[in-house]
Design a protein around this ligand. Structure first.
Ligand SMILES: [Zn+2]
Length: 294
């Protein structure tokens, strides 16, 4: 199995930009951590792959968050992405109710639109300096790829093709990834026609990944014969920036009375990060310190 990679390139002569990601291992780790159902994994994995497609253009200390507030059984789901070092992106995916599941839809595919429901897609881009950029659009399909494309066209005025896919097998996540093409201002109309033609004949990309296509191979599915420049490649892995200190701070939300009770019991407390399910053990002495700090 290929290591997870995110790649991007520009076709300056045509005015098109491309990004592709193979995210199989990251989505498998997300699934294992959250024990998410097959349908939940498909939804969360598609959003994680989308965050990586946005993430390839991040600078150090910037991050991007995609959050879907839907009225389906999955509840709010999110994914975010940041640079871990010069060569690696870290992404995570999570949902309010990852155990929720639905039977396959009429096409025999994971019913992502059903489990997401109707609602909104929020995108936040946080920069090292200055205010974050916030965009929000209503969900158009709930299948996520169409929603991300709708966001790009309407909130950022960038006509785009977006494909996202997670393929599940009996053993778990078999393949996951994403592919995106953006039409830049002043693009060659002939090149845009050819892009649309390639987009129409695109096979489900998780199948291509399962058959061994790597991130550059995926990108070529939409880039065709375009001459590519500014090629960029990063490794991708599941990563959450949680720390014991952050989890302790979240515990403060339990309220002073509850904290005092835990501290008085003298027993250590288990806490989990909501975003990655990492387990933290907090000693009673640390709880007592939290109480005294208040
Ligand atoms: Zn975490």
């Amino acid at each position: 199995m290929h290591l997870d990679r995110v790649v991007s390139a520009v076709a300056p002569g045509s005015g098109l930009a491309f990004a592709a990601v193979v995210a199989t291992r990251s989505v498998a780790e997300m699934r294992d951590r959250h024990d998410s159902s097959p349908t939940a994994t498909a939804a969360m994995g598609r959003l994680l792959a989308a965050s990586a497609l946005f993430g390839i253009s991040l600078a150090p200390r910037e991050w991007v968050t995609l959050r879907i507030s839907g009225d389906g059984a999955l509840g709010t789901l999110g994914a975010d992405c940041r640079l871990l070092d010069e060569e690696t992106l870290g992404a995570r995916g999570y949902a309010a109710h990852p155990l929720a599941d639905l039977p396959p839809n009429a096409l025999g595919k994971a019913d992502v639109a059903g489990i997401v429901g109707s609602g909104t897609l929020h995108v936040t881009k946080s920069y090292a300096i200055g205010q974050p950029y916030n965009g929000v659009v209503p969900l158009t399909s709930g299948e996520i790829a169409e929603d991300v494309a709708f966001y790009l066209a309407n909130s950022e005025q960038i006509p785009s093709v977006v494909a996202l896919g997670v393929l599940m097998g009996p053993e778990g996540v078999r393949a996951a990834g994403g592919l995106m093409a953006q039409v830049l201002p002043g693009a060659d109309p002939g090149a845009v026609d050819r892009l649309e033609e390639r987009a129409r004949s695109l096979r489900p990309i998780a199948r291509s990944i399962a058959e061994g296509t790597d991130a550059w191979g995926l990108l070529a599915l939409l880039a065709g014969e375009e001459t590519l420049r500014s090629k960029h490649e990063l490794a991708l892995r599941f990563a959450c920036p949680c720390t014991l200190e952050r989890v302790e701070r979240a515990l403060v939300g339990l309220g002073e009375e509850t904290l005092a009770e835990i501290a008085a019991s003298g027993e250590s407390t288990e806490a989990f990060c909501d975003f990655c399910r990492e387990r933290y053990v907090i000693e009673a002495s640390a709880i007592a310190r939290l109480v005294s700090e208040r």
